[in-house]
Write a protein of this length. Structure first.
Length: 305
């Protein structure tokens, strides 16, 4: 049976149908999935009650799975899987909480950032915990010529910093939810003050800055895309900070206007894969009393050019 794609919007994302993940995936299916992935940049398969092995098998379609650079939240039986969760057992988080709540592409502060990220929604909240996506090919294409001339060939300075519970990605937050966010931030700050720094806080600012192109050429499609990490870019090589910092902020603001955002609302068992070379994403707020457990795998990438 051929794989088909139903677009999620007219600018990004598709739901794939016709893949049976309970069985090994043949070469023809793999080729179809990869073609659809590069055409749509975010692909979704809904309602998959798969085992961690099934999730790993699906991820391997996209390349070699890489270990996450902080091992504290690895799945106990399948250490390739990184657990994202707001659930606590005996007062201890079972996964990483509050991460990725700003617009970014994954692991841009490393030499070879992840090419593809995959999430499996093991337990999803009835409210919140959405993932938002923006197409950065289009974001680049929308820029005026003067801006393109200013950034083409330049490199931004990426710095790994502790950025949990930032919640800067989602613009569509009600006053009630903003109050919930501020209460959660205050609670987590107080816990950190009492319990000591988290594994990510310890790692923060310990890795060297990384220079990455502001405009990257996609390694498969050859198309140009903006390469952004709001909150973790601190400047642009060769530009004064009073020019570079507002410019980086403007690029992200313009890219992520609400009309360009795909908002993905999770259902249990959903599998999502996205292309870090042509998409940026952010997580939204999850109410702390609603459990969310996501399994994450990332695929080895190449140095951006
Ligand atoms: Fe992320």
């Amino acid at each position: 049976m051929a794989v088909t794609a139903v677009p999620l919007t007219d600018f990004l994302g598709a739901q794939l149908e016709g893949i049976d993940l309970s069985r090994p995936i043949d070469r023809q299916t793999k080729a179809e999935v990869l073609d659809l992935f590069h055409a749509h940049q975010v692909v979704v398969i809904r309602g998959q009650e798969i085992s961690p092995e099934g999730f790993i098998r699906f991820a391997e379609l996209f390349g070699a799975i890489e270990p996450f650079f902080i091992s504290s939240y690895n799945h106990p039986e399948h250490p390739q899987i990184y657990v994202l969760s707001n659930v606590r057992k005996d007062g201890k988080p079972i996964g990483r909480d509050g991460a990725g709540t700003h617009w970014h592409s994954d692991s841009t502060f490393t030499e070879k950032p992840s090419s593809v990220t995959l999430l499996h929604g093991v337990e999803v909240p009835a409210r919140g915990g959405d993932t938002l996506f923006v197409n950065t090919y289009d974001a680049y294409d929308r820029l005026d010529d003067a801006t393109k001339a200013l950034i083409d060939g330049r490199r931004a300075i990426h710095r790994y910093q502790q950025k949990e519970f930032v919640f800067s990605g989602d613009r569509e937050v009600s006053a009630e939810e903003r109050a919930e966010i501020e209460a959660l931030k205050a609670r987590r700050l107080a816990e950190a003050a009492e319990g000591g720094p988290s594994p990510t806080a310890k790692r923060s600012n310990t890795v060297p800055d990384r220079l990455q192109p502001v405009v990257r050429t996609h390694p498969v499609t050859g198309r140009k895309a903006l390469y952004l990490n709001d909150e973790m870019t601190v400047g642009i090589e060769g530009l004064a900070d009073d020019v570079a910092v507002p410019l980086l902020r403007r690029l992200c603001d313009e890219a992520t206007k609400p009309e360009h955002v795909l908002r993905f609302k999770w259902q249990p068992g959903d599998l999502v894969a996205w292309d870090n070379a042509s998409v940026i994403h952010t997580a939204t707020f999850t109410p702390p009393d609603l459990p969310r457990v996501m399994h994450r795998l990332t695929i080895e990438g190449s140095a951006p050019v």
